[in-house]
Design a protein around this ligand. Structure first.
Ligand code: ATP
Ligand code: MG
Length: 162
């Protein structure tokens, strides 16, 4: 499906920024991004999971920078927050179902969001990486081919459940 990624990102950020108790998401767009051939259902899973994590794991006064860039045939989406961070020892299992870091305290969650996001990225033949420092912040970076022959999103969600 052809998709205007920039418009899509703007709409999502607008909705998430309606909550006054959470940090505001700053959207930055770089490079040339025309139409992309991506499954919007998969993209919404990827972005809502990453952005809602950035908001949940950040203090009210924190900063969230969301960058959408086009580099040739690749789309790069990065979500950077100034939140609680992730201990290094928790990073290896982060994209597995029901895995949560040891420093989440009483913040609610099931540990499924990133596992689903990873499945959606894999379905697009993309990559997802994380870099984080406890007490400083976290950055997730997703790279997707701008034109990917993607299948239906339904089996992705089903296969990520136990
Ligand atoms: P949910 O299924 O509701 O998304 P969750 O947020 O706990 O629950 P994931 O989104 O899969 O689950 O994230 C897994 C874990 O990774 C989280 O529990 C948290 O420990 C850590 N994590 C993810 N994103 C961040 C972030 N931006 N800052 C700090 N920790 C994070
Ligand atoms: Mg989550």
């Amino acid at each position: 499906i052809e998709l205007d990624v920039v418009q899509f990102a703007k709409q999502l950020v607008e909705e998430l920024n309606l909550n006054p108790d959470k940090p505001r998401i700053n959207l930055r767009v770089c490079g040339e991004i025309d139409q992309a051939t991506l499954d919007p259902k998969l993209l919404v899973h990827i972005l809502t999971n990453l952005l809602s994590n950035a908001l949940k794991y950040s203090p009210a006064g924190g900063t969230v920078n969301f960058t959408v860039s086009g580099e040739g045939e690749r789309l790069i989406l990065s979500v950077e927050d100034s939140g609680i961070g992730i201990p290094e020892s928790d990073l290896i299992h982060l994209f597995e179902s029901f895995q949560r870091a040891s420093n989440v305290g009483s913040l609610p969650g099931t540990g499924l969001g990133l596992a689903i996001a990873k499945k959606c990225v894999d379905r697009h033949n993309g990559t997802i990486t994380v870099s984080s420092t406890v007490g400083v912040g976290t950055t997730f970076t997703v790279t997707l081919p701008l034109h990917s022959p993607v299948a239906s999103s339904l089996p992705v969600i089903e296969s990520s459940l136990p």
